[in-house]
Design a protein around this ligand. Structure first.
Ligand code: HEC
Ligand code: HEC
Length: 122
């Protein structure tokens, strides 16, 4: 689905995403349109283990019918707050740039595991 959509964008792939889809609300609006599709595929789809249709009405990506589309926006805001406010407030971390993203918690599942057995029992 990502590939078909990217092909249909043609030269618009390098334009700002919000010039192609004016209703974007997150920082993704600043990305090139082609890059937004890559984030959808890798960052959102693969990290939750779902296809595009989990959050979208097939072939009507700008529609808001799915509850999960808005939840994903709220998750994005939550991750940004963790990265900008909460992680920097933890002293003595090893990493030079500690960061969480969708994959950190979801690891290919819609519902993040709260124990290791659950994570193993796929
Ligand atoms: C976990 C939920 C989720 C999944 C899975 C997902 N998307 Fe999205 N998608 C979103 C959200 C949220 C937005 C709106 C972001 C914003 O408002 O900045 C969006 C926006 C888009 C848009 C711009 C249209 C618009 O106005 O919202 C396109 C095109 C799109 N997604 C394509 C895809 C494709 C293709 C896939 C699969 C490869 C996919 N998405 C998978 C959540 C998802
Ligand atoms: C800090 C951990 C964490 C991060 C980071 C995170 N999530 Fe979540 N996410 C959760 C938890 C916990 C739930 C609630 C699962 C449940 O329903 O019990 C959840 C639920 C969701 C749901 C609703 C599914 C459900 O069953 O409730 C969606 C959609 C989702 N996350 C998308 C995303 C996306 C997209 C990102 C990256 C922008 C993201 N999440 C980042 C922890 C996280």
């Amino acid at each position: 689905m990502a590939k078909a959509l990217l092909d249909s964008l043609g030269s618009k792939a390098s334009m700002r995403a919000d010039s192609v889809w004016p209703d974007l609300k997150t920082n993704l609006k600043n990305f090139p349109a082609g890059r937004l599709i890559a984030v959808m595929n890798q960052g959102y789809g693969r990290s939750l283990g779902v296809t595009c249709n989990f959050c979208h009405v097939p072939n009507h990506y700008d529609r808001e019918d799915s509850t999960w589309k808005q939840v994903a926006r709220d998750m994005s805001a939550m991750a940004a707050r963790i990265n900008q406010e909460l992680l920097p407030a933890v002293p003595n971390l090893k990493g030079p740039n500690p960061v969480v993203n969708c994959t950190t918690c979801h690891r290919g599942q819609v519902k993040p595991a709260t124990n290791l057995d659950e994570a193993g029992a796929k």
